[in-house]
Design a protein around this ligand. Structure first.
Ligand code: COA
Length: 171
């Protein structure tokens, strides 16, 4: 059971995180992103979904993960293996990029976001990747700092939201 009550960073119920390999799981991940980014943050749908969301499991350039709590989709994120620079900031780390990190509002502050990020870090390490870069919404910078990321460069606007680049070298 998960009612949004904090349990000291441990989600109530059974949290399962898996790599997305079929359309049903991709649809579940997109349903989470729709609620978080389109409904809650008012990102236009045409900006939210892109080619990295097509052909789940068949595109070697991207890896999506989906978190289910007691079987229900609650969170997602994706690792872009071919995108080492999002193009918005002149300085960049050269690491692959994690993005679209989303936890349903009622399941936040229970450690779900951390678990999703750790799952993608493990997948990246298994592929011999040396570190991760991401474009953090300003409010989420402390979340990524808790995971070991450090901020780099200036604050900039993307989809009308303030962002800052952050990096996590694995060693
Ligand atoms: N400010 C400060 N600390 C935060 C935080 C915030 N906004 N969100 C999480 N943390 C801290 C937690 O307290 C926890 O700290 P601990 O290590 O001391 O226990 C740690 O970060 C892990 O938090 P967790 O509970 O795993 O995070 P979450 O499940 O609430 O997910 C987000 C965090 C950012 C993914 C979630 O708030 C979200 O989906 N927001 C909307 C979408 C979004 O903005 N995504 C990021 C785009 S860059």
């Amino acid at each position: 059971m998960a009612g949004g009550t904090s349990t000291g960073g441990r989600p109530e119920g059974s949290l399962e995180i898996s790599v997305v390999t079929d359309q049903a799981a991709m649809d579940a991940a997109l349903s989470v992103r729709f609620r978080v980014f389109v409904e809650e943050q008012h990102v236009p749908l045409e900006e939210e979904v892109d080619g990295y969301d097509a052909n789940p499991g068949a595109n070697p350039a991207v890896l999506h993960v989906l978190a289910r709590l007691d079987g229900e989709p609650v969170a997602t994120a994706r690792l872009l293996l071919d995108q080492h620079d999002h193009g918005l900031h002149e300085a960049h780390s050269g690491y692959p990029h994690i993005g679209r990190v989303a936890v349903l509002a009622e399941h936040r502050q229970n450690g779900v976001g951390r678990r999703v990020m750790e799952a993608l870090h493990a997948e990246a390490r298994a592929r011999g990747i040396a570190g991760i870069t991401l474009s953090a919404q300003l409010h989420a910078v402390p979340f990524y700092e808790r995971l070991g990321y450090t901020a780099r460069g200036e604050v900039y606007l993307d989809a009308g939201i303030e962002h800052r680049d952050m990096d996590l070298p694995f060693e």
